[in-house]
Design a protein around this ligand. Structure first.
Ligand SMILES: Cc1cc2nc3c(=O)[nH]c(=O)nc-3n(C[C@H](O)[C@H](O)[C@H](O)COP(=O)(O)O)c2cc1C
Length: 162
């Protein structure tokens, strides 16, 4: 028997990423994002949804690029820090000793310990309601070699995602 379920978050399968952003003064921040996913394979693009009240929001508006990271299940501390602390209350990355290196293609920070990091340039955005969805053209994908299949694709079965 089928009954009507809640509309909110009806698509229960959502990726959990840590998205890093950088303002024009070079300050980095990162937050957990579950709203997002693939939105084009040609050209390759993904989207991430950020609530306008987040500290990260004016940063991505100012410097329109981001790096989306997939997290290994062992990275609980990074996940909790980015998903519960706000950059409004201080530099959470510094506080938790999270190391960033400069992106290869975008002016953003890459969290080295994540198995996959996807550098993107924002090409469009739409305020859908609670979130603004930022469409990012994929510029570079960093991946640990052992999570790739023979043809260079990221193999989900080789990742132990958080
Ligand atoms: C599982 C999970 C999913 C989340 N998904 C989103 C999301 O899609 N978009 C968003 O703006 N915030 C999301 N958040 C909340 C932010 O990660 C959180 O408020 C963070 O502290 C914001 O950081 P900031 O204020 O430094 O930008 C999520 C948090 C968790 C734990």
């Amino acid at each position: 028997m089928k009954v009507e379920a809640q509309k909110k978050n009806a698509l229960v399968v959502m990726p959990r990423m840590v998205v890093s952003v950088r303002d024009n003064d070079g300050n980095d921040n990162a937050l957990v994002v579950a709203y997002g996913g693939n939105c084009s394979y040609d050209p390759p693009m993904i989207m991430v949804g950020i609530v306008p009240s987040r500290h990260s929001y004016p940063m991505i508006k100012e410097n329109p690029c981001f790096v989306a990271h997939l997290l290994d299940a062992s990275q609980k501390e990074l996940y909790e820090c980015c998903g519960t602390k706000s950059g409004k209350d201080g530099d959470k990355l510094k506080e938790y000793g999270i190391q960033l290196v400069h992106g290869k293609k975008v002016n953003g920070g890459v969290i080295e310990q994540c198995p996959v990091a996807i550098e993107c340039t924002v090409v469009d955005s739409i305020l859908t309601g609670s979130h603004e969805m930022f469409v990012g053209k994929i510029e570079y994908v960093h991946a640990e070699q052992d999570v790739l299949s023979e043809d260079g694709r990221i193999d989900l079965t080789k990742l132990n995602l958080i």
